[in-house]
Design a protein. Structure first.
Length: 394
């Protein structure tokens, strides 16, 4: 059995985005095999074996503090005098048995199945996703009672873990904020155990404590969600308004009272005009989608353009690309901080790519009524723009 992204999305339920997301926690009970094939202990062992992972990406945590790297690894100097740290399995095991939690950040960039999950959640939630893996063996807490500055979706892969959830003491706290949340009450609002196949959603700012206190080891994934806040909109608007002379002008520090009042009235008028525009939020969200960071996927061996090979497959590396038609009828694709304009005939081809997944060049050519060489040239532009990848099989 292999975990499908649609299974996870379906398990969230139809009311998740409207009634739960950003509002309250929710526990999604499941069956032990629900996440079969996604990530197991052999996969984790393989990642630790075959990658040179350095802190803070790989770390051992106890009570919110990271153990020093030398406690579970040994420095190795290569013949070119570079130094990397080789894990010492016996010491790693000893610290984990003694209460440490193993953390591997951004595992979606290391494991194809988890990467596929992250991309699917990004498409559904319309926000960036980073997936971290956590493994623990004892009732000792790796991080104590704490809150996160982003929403999280937790997938319990194996074993069980106890979650004590206290709620929020500050509404929507930020990483960069004017104040810090007050400490939570002594008793949790919820005391639950996540078993294999369960999911848990927590909004940012909700205090919680987690421990493998059920007598079994625990392996879970935490899908962290990028925030998109009013502060982000205001920052973008301040940049967008640089087109106005008033915004670019020096403040009237030495002006008369009337000059100062006129300046503030003019500046405030510009801002209020933008907020009176019913499309402001849509414009901002479209910009966020268009500037979504593309995931890293080279297209070797095709370093000098994509050949017109019908069996080659291509996919976009962003899941929130935007496709629209300009005033002249051309197809305009915005993705990964770039914009490409193609002839109107390319629109069906681009629509397939925006919908996601791998697509063969011959399929794209047939959809658009273009020659294979024309499609290969179009795809080469997107690969050069680092928003698409090409491979022999999708």
């Amino acid at each position: 059995m292999t975990t499908d992204v649609s299974t996870v999305v379906a398990h969230l339920g139809e009311d998740f985005l409207a009634q739960v997301f950003g509002r309250t926690y929710r526990h999604f009970p499941g069956e032990p095999g629900r996440f079969g094939g996604l990530l197991d202990w052999d996969d984790l062992n393989g990642l630790l074996t075959h990658h040179r992972l350095e802190p803070p990406r790989l770390r051992l945590a106890v009570d919110g503090e990271a153990l020093p790297q030398h406690a579970y690894s040994v420095p190795v100097t290569t013949r070119r005098n570079t130094v990397w740290h080789r894990l010492k399995p016996a010491e790693l095991h000893r610290h984990l048995a003694g209460g440490a939690t193993l953390v591997l950040d951004a595992i979606d960039e290391l494991h194809p199945g988890v990467g596929h999950l992250a991309r699917g959640l990004e498409r559904h939630l319309r926000t960036g996703i980073q997936v971290n893996a956590y493994a623990s063996w004892t009732p000792q807490e790796g991080f104590g009672v704490h809150w996160d500055d982003h929403d999280v979706l937790v997938l319990q892969l194996d074993g069980a873990k106890r979650w004590r959830i206290y709620g929020a003491t500050r509404q929507a706290p930020l990483h960069r904020d004017t104040d810090v949340p007050e400490a939570p009450p002594g008793e949790p609002l919820v005391d639950m155990v996540l078993n294999a196949g369960d999911m848990l959603y927590l909004p940012r700012g909700w205090w919680h404590a987690v421990a493998a206190s059920e007598g079994v080891h625990s392996l879970h994934l935490t899908c962290g969600m990028q925030t998109t806040t009013g502060a982000d909109l205001l920052q973008w608007l301040s940049e967008d308004l640089r087109r106005e002379a008033t915004v670019r002008s020096d403040l009237p520090r030495f002006g008369t009272a009337q000059e100062r009042a006129d300046f503030m009235r003019s500046l405030g008028g510009l801002v209020m005009k933008e907020f009176d525009d019913g499309m402001l939020l849509d414009r901002f969200l479209a910009m966020r989608d268009a500037t979504e960071r593309a995931r890293l996927v080279p297209s070797l061996p095709f370093i000098e353009g994509v050949p017109p090979d019908p069996a080659l497959a291509v996919r976009l590396l962003t899941v929130r690309a935007r496709l629209h038609t300009d005033t002249e009828g051309n197809a305009v694709l915005t993705a990964g901080r770039g914009e490409w304009t193609f002839a109107p005939q390319a629109a069906p081809l681009l629509a397939l790519l925006v919908d996601g997944g791998w697509h063969r060049l011959d399929t794209l050519a047939q959809a658009a009524g273009l020659r294979l060489g024309q499609v290969a040239q179009l795809v080469s532009e997107l690969v050069d723009g680092e928003v698409a990848a090409v491979g022999r099989a999708g």
